[in-house]
Design a protein around this ligand. Sequence first.
Ligand SMILES: Nc1nc2c(ncn2[C@@H]2O[C@H](COP(=O)(O)OP(=O)(O)OP(=O)(O)O)[C@@H](O)[C@H]2O)c(=O)[nH]1
Ligand SMILES: [Mg+2]
Length: 570
Amino acid sequence: MPILTDAQAQLLRDEKTYLTELHTTLSELKSPPADLGTLREALVRLDELFMIVVVGEFNSGKSALVNALLGARVLPEGVTPTTTRLTLVKYGDIVHETIGADNIAILTFPLDFLRELNIVDTPGTNAVIRRHEELTRDFIPRSDLVLFVTSADRPFTESERQFLEHIREWGKKIVLIINKRDILENEAAQAQVRTFVEENARHLLGLAPELFVVSAKYDVVDGKLTDGMSALNGYVLSWLDEAARLRVKFASPLGVADQILKRAETNWENERETLKVDLETGETVEGEVNVYAQEVQDEMAPRLAEVDNLLLRLEARGMDFFDQHIRLTKIADLARSDRFRAMFEKQVLAGVPEEIEKRTRAVVEWLVEKDMRHWQQVLSYLQRRRRGAADQLVGEVTTSIDLRRQALLNSTTEAAQGVIASYDAEKESREIGAHVETAVTQTALVEAGAVGLGTIITTAISATAVDVSGVLLAGVIAILGLFIIPYKRQQAKERFKAKIQDLRERLMNVLRAQFTSEADRALTRLREGVAPYLRFVRAEKERLARSEQQLATARKNLAALQGRVAREFS
Ligand SMILES: Nc1nc2c(ncn2[C@@H]2O[C@H](COP(=O)(O)OP(=O)(O)OP(=O)(O)O)[C@@H](O)[C@H]2O)c(=O)[nH]1
Ligand SMILES: [Mg+2]
């Protein structure tokens, strides 16, 4: 680095700080190691010499061109793909080649301008040896200025267009060189090629880059450069001007930062798209669970009401029975309580315990069926998401997040599948039914199979017991008809009503409590089943919100630095 002004020194420090911070941010955001490496190199490059990198398809004459600039044929030239490794030419008192880090050849050469500029010869692109192109491609971010050499006999090929695009993405300064001018027959042909290359380059790069038409082989006369090569040499030497060099030197790492940041932004956008699908699935699954909870809540009451109605009808039948049978005309029946009891059981009670059991069982089955159905729904959502996520894994760069998502979807769907596969509705109903039964028993409502009805009958009947013989003997039938029987009837009805009321309350309470706890259990199981995936989705959402912030800050700071560089070297 040449001597810097205070402002430039500050700018340099800020730029280094920025690149370091960006590196930290992007490694947090899991940018690919290659990108992070490139960023680190950009930082190191700030302290290195200005680097001119010569690129182009194999056989276009890159090595010949560097040789011409050096004024000596130190680099091998050849018609087949010749240059196999990156060769950095730098100043040295003697011509000497060593192999440095990254398998890059370091060639020292005693030429003054090399004290300020390094020149790099690269393996050609579009050669059968694809590794050559890769080496050169990966080196582009490290360059400050790119000399793009195309051969006059095949100017601007498709592969050259692609490669040029790659260089442009890194924000590098590009100079175009049409080599082997001598191959073209006349000036008209030269002009034609020049126009063709210029137009294509303008189209691709947005502006026409500087362009030289040279003959690396023949623009050397008596050891002196002529024509195009002489002009190109002048151009290279013009970079000895410090201001020009500094401008590119300062801007170059920011171009690299811009490109790597762009990749991270694109990656973020892709992740957000994926998250969108996860969020949708998460919402649908959560919605399904809530629908389940709501449905159970809504449908429970009418279903229990059906059980309750049985008791209400029983009450009504009982009232009727007492009205019809506690009468003077039925005094004979009344006198025989065992017969009265049998009639009551037949006309009022018949089938009620079985009905209650049947209805309760229906509630159990409803609950079990509902549970099953919601598991199946949840499973189908998860499966759909799993298929989508699996498709995404194919062919693309897989991140740890992708793998984690897939693992979670796998385990969650497997858990759901497991629940469904092992779902024995009958067994489930039996178990819940047993729970319900136990609960009902524990409230002492069941008595010899009948739901507390025995007690009811006993209390109701005993109220009707009439000491008929004594009354008859007293010969006061009128009193019996007018007062005692209606009183007994009233008493029986009231007691029966009270008993039924009590029974209804207790039965409803215990059934409601039992079914609610069964439903809660099923709901908890469903919630717990999908919880890991939902937690993942929430965590992803938070992570992406944080990275969005970090990327925005990095982007803003980059723009500020680029502005400062532009102003400083305007
Ligand atoms: N006619 C003509 N031939 C040239 C010119 N420049 C280079 N050549 C020849 O083109 C062939 C390729 O030259 P190189 O310098 O090896 O080409 P390169 O671009 O370095 O090729 P790779 O290292 O394989 O990528 C050699 O035979 C050179 O002699 C030129 O200006 N005119
Ligand atoms: Mg070469």
